[in-house]
Each structure stands twice: as structure tokens, then as C-alpha cells.
Design a protein around this ligand. Structure first.
Ligand code: UDP
Length: 313
């Protein structure tokens, strides 16, 4: 197949490009590089791979046939979308519209990268796909949450009214190599603090929970979803839930760091709990995560150590 990946130079987008190339597809990655980086795709030496630097909130023109569009472009860490609120809203709304328009015009399949953030600060735990969520539209995270909720609505409308073959994946916290060291997210932040023996910054009392999925597991779930016929949203993530404080302790133990834990204020609207109910993915995709936390974290710590050595920091 000839496949377009928006956000193809991002963390998840670049891993998806790797997987698609390994499956024998031709890939066109589009990214405006505001949070993505060509470092993430620099290793790809393949004639079937093309990179285009472009902002997909504008009309997307791709020459020749396209069989599938993966829409992965968006700032995705709380710090990024606080700094880029308008771009976040635009890529979720206008960008999704343009990417769907491309899929419709080319008679291609389409997969939207949605998020567990559509559940907001959830009032049920774990979160299943039928839950409508608890989102503050005008809070600091609203720009991301509402953009993705709009993106889901737009995707369903293109399916219903234009008969585009659409898929929606709700992605839960994912980590691994190519996470950005300074994107503010808990996994890269704690690992980098631990490697440098600097204080680990736990927000609030660290009693909020998250469930972390290793990137190769996530990409496998997404690839399977793209090949399925499910139009409704599917959660993909790892249900292994822990508190942020437990996670900080795990990182200290794994890295053998002398870092101490310090406490910082909890950001506004930080979800209290988060854990995916993955029964649907298990049933219809025959998928569940394979990489356990320790194994995944070791690979990620290795990646950051090497990166630091290379950059001499
Ligand atoms: N967090 C933390 N210290 C940090 C960064 C994040 O305690 O230096 C917490 C944050 O408040 C949240 C959790 O870790 O409860 C996960 O945050 P992240 O930014 O990775 O993503 P989120 O799941 O909130 O989208």
C-alpha cells in the first residue's frame, strides 16, 4: 500500500513509519516539525520513504494514489499543548478535516490517533470505550482534549456521510525511545532526572495513577486496528496501573540513581486516575501488550543514556 502518515517525524508517527516500511508498504511522512524532529526518521534509508515538511492544517496535496492515511500530527504533551494551544486546536480540527478530505478524495482508509484525554478526569476506572468522559473545555488541557473529541466527531461524520473507511484509536500513556527528553512528560522527565542524579519532581502527592505502554506494543495494536473493520473507537494501552510516586520509586531503583523525590504543585485538571479497559482490543484485534514495564523502561533508559553521551551532556 501507499500510506500517508501525518506527524510522521514525531514519537509515535516515526515508530509507525518504521513498522509500515517493515510490513512492505510505501510511506509518505508529513510533519511541520514544531514538536517532531528529523532526528526521529534520520535512520530510515529506504527508497519507499518520503518526508515532506508541511503543516497539515492547510490543504494537503499528495501526488499519485494513496491507500491509507494515518493522522498522527499533534502536539501531545501537556507542556507542548500549553505552549501551542492554537496549533493544537487547529491540527485536531482543521488538520483532521484536511486529512479526512485527502482520504475521501483518494478513496483511502483513515485512522485517527485519538487519546485517553477524551475521558478527561474520568469518574470511572478503568475507562471503557462507551464512557463519555469528564472534560473541562476551558481548562488548560481543553485545547487538546476538545480538539481530539472534535476530531473523533469529524471522523465519524466522514464515515457516516462520505463512507470513508475510518478507524479511531484512543491512545493511553506511551513511552519508549524517541520520547523527547524535555517534553515534560513523566517518563522522559523522571528518567533524565534519575540519570543525572537530580531531584525527581513528583507533582501533587504523587497519588494520581497512570498506566504505561511500551511503544512497540502500542504500534502493534494500531497496525492491527488499521487492518480491522472497526469504525468505533478502540482503547490501546497497557492496563498495568500505578501511582506516579510508585513510578518515581521504580525509576530510581532501575537506574540505581541517588536522586531524591521532591514534590511540586499538581497542574490544573491533572487526571486523578487513568487505566485502559482493553477488553475490546483483546476481543476484536486479538491484541494485548507483551512488553512489561521493567523491560520497556530498560530500553528507554538505554536510549536516553546513549543520547546524552552522543550529545556530550
Ligand atoms: N508528572 C509528575 N512530574 C513530572 C511530570 C509529570 O509528577 O515531572 C505527573 C503528572 O502530574 C501526571 C503524570 O505524571 O499526573 C503523567 O503526566 P504526563 O505529563 O506524562 O502525561 P498525562 O498522563 O498527564 O497526559
Amino acid at each position: 500500500m501507499r500510506i500517508v502518515v501525518t506527524g510522521g517525524a514525531g514519537f509515535l508517527g516515526s515508530h509507525l513509519c518504521d513498522r509500515l516500511l517493515a510490513e512492505g508498504h510505501e510511506v509518505i511522512a508529513i510533519d511541520n516539525l514544531i514538536t517532531g524532529s528529523t532526528d526521529n526518521i534520520a535512520h530510515i534509508r529506504d527508497k519507499r520513504f518520503t518526508f515532506i515538511q508541511y503543516d497539515v492544517t492547510n490543504y494537503i496535496y499528495v501526488e499519485g494514489p494513496v491507500d491509507f492515511v494515518f493522522h498522527f500530527a499533534s502536539p501531545a504533551s501537556p507542556i507542548d499543548y500549553l505552549e501551542l494551544p492554537i496549533q493544537t486546536l487547529k491540527v485536531g480540527s482543521l488538520g483532521t478535516h484536511k486529512a479526512l478530505g485527502l482520504a475521501k478524495y483518494k478513496k483511502a482508509g483513515f485512522l485517527l490517533a485519538s487519546t485517553s484525554e477524551v475521558y478527561g478526569d474520568p469518574l470511572i476506572n478503568p475507562q471503557h470505550e462507551e464512557y463519555w468522559g469528564n472534560v473541562n473545555p476551558i481548562g488548560p488541557r481543553g485545547v487538546y482534549d476538545e480538539a481530539k473529541r472534535f476530531a473523533e466527531a469529524m471522523t465519524m461524520a466522514y464515515h457516516t456521510f462520505h463512507k470513508v473507511e475510518t478507524r479511531i484509536v484512543r491512545i493511553f500513556n506511551t513511552y519508549g525511545p524517541r520520547n523527547r527528553a524535555n517534553d515534560g512528560r513523566v517518563v522522559p522527565t523522571f528518567i533524565n532526572q534519575a540519570i543525572r542524579n537530580e531531584p525527581i519532581t513528583v507533582f501533587g502527592k504523587g497519588q494520581q495513577t497512570r498506566s504505561f505502554c511500551y511503544v512497540s506494543d502500542l504500534i502493534d495494536g494500531i497496525y492491527r486496528l488499521s487492518r480491522s473493520s472497526e469504525h468505533y473507537p478502540v482503547n490501546v494501552g497497557n492496563p498495568h496501573e500505578m501511582t506516579v510516586l510508585q513510578f518515581a520509586e521504580k525509576i530510581i531503583e532501575l537506574t540505581g540513581s541517588s536522586s531524591k523525590i521532591i514534590y511540586k504543585p499538581l497542574p490544573q485538571d491533572d487526571p486523578t486516575v487513568r487505566r485502559p479497559d482493553i477488553s475490546k482490543a483483546k476481543k476484536i484485534l486479538d491484541w494485548e501488550p507483551k512488553v512489561n514495564l521493567e523491560e520497556g523502561l530498560k530500553k528507554t533508559v538505554e536510549y536516553f543514556k546513549l543520547k546524552m553521551e552522543r550529545e556530550g551532556r
